[in-house]
Design a protein around this ligand. Structure first.
Ligand SMILES: C[S@@+](CC[C@H](N)C(=O)[O-])C[C@H]1O[C@@H](n2cnc3c(N)ncnc32)[C@H](O)[C@@H]1O
Length: 221
């Protein structure tokens, strides 16, 4: 269902995917615009390309920018991965997707695919190298299901980069404490914290290590 919107690239209020996402978000256009204004002001002080580079992203990578907003990180990610790679820009809000699509057309980018959706990304298992989860997690009601979904689509050795310290209670719940964040990733992944750079937490999925750990536990070693 989500694919329909992603591939047709048009935000249509009659579309079943649009109606489904509306059940997951209560964010009105007014709130979204207010949030975007705050993000734009904060965006002046952000080095959006560096935020993407922290993940170890490279040419040819497949990236999911979850909760992409107006595409602050989507565009630099698309430049870095180039035409051999791809960026999925996912957001639950139609205005976000509309804005990203406008930027895609304006910049003539061919390697970004928009997805109007919430917790169901519609992407195949283990199909993504890098996931950006920037300034989104505190807004998500069902964080457990989100991490499960992101773990599913991430390939082994893939990276989930999280920035959750929003600090602006205008559009977010409380800031997530480091311990809670790590616990959430370990319990629902498992995803292990590889490094922390400032407010950025870089988690990695390692299937082989996970299997070994489970077997060790099973054998009581
Ligand atoms: C504060 S903005 C962050 C945008 C972008 N990641 C950035 O850092 O510039 C949060 C975005 O998350 C989106 N969002 C909120 N709930 C969501 C959900 N359940 N699934 C996907 N996106 C969601 C909002 O529509 C909004 O565009």
């Amino acid at each position: 269902m989500e694919k329909m919107v992603a591939f047709c690239g048009i935000v249509c209020t009659e579309c079943p995917a649009f109606i489904a996402t509306q059940k997951e978000t209560s964010m009105t256009n007014f709130i979204f615009r207010m949030m975007t204004t705050v993000m734009k002001i904060r965006g002046i002080f952000r080095n959006k390309k560096r935020e993407v580079l922290l993940t170890g992203i490279k040419e040819g990578d497949i990236v999911l920018d979850y909760g992409c907003g107006i595409g602050f990180n989507t565009i630099p990610a698309a430049w870095i991965v180039g035409e051999k790679g791809k960026v999925y820009a996912l957001d639950i809000h139609p205005l976000a997707i509309k804005t990203v699509e406008m930027k895609i057309r304006k910049k003539g980018l061919v390697n970004i695919e928009t997805i109007l959706s919430g917790l169901d990304t519609g992407l195949p298992d283990e199909s993504v190298d890098i996931i950006l989860l920037y300034n989104v997690l505190p807004i998500i009601e069902n964080q457990t299901d989100l991490i499960k979904e992101l773990y599913r689509v991430l390939r082994s050795g893939g990276v989930l980069s999280v920035k959750s310290g929003l600090g602006v209670n205008l559009y977010s719940r409380e800031k997530i404490k480091t311990n809670d964040l790590e616990k959430l990733m370990i319990d629902k992944g498992p995803l292990k914290l590889k490094k922390k750079i400032g407010k950025f937490y870089i988690f990695e999925k390692n299937n082989e290590e996970d299997k070994l750990l489970k077997e060790t536990k099973k054998n009581g070693l």
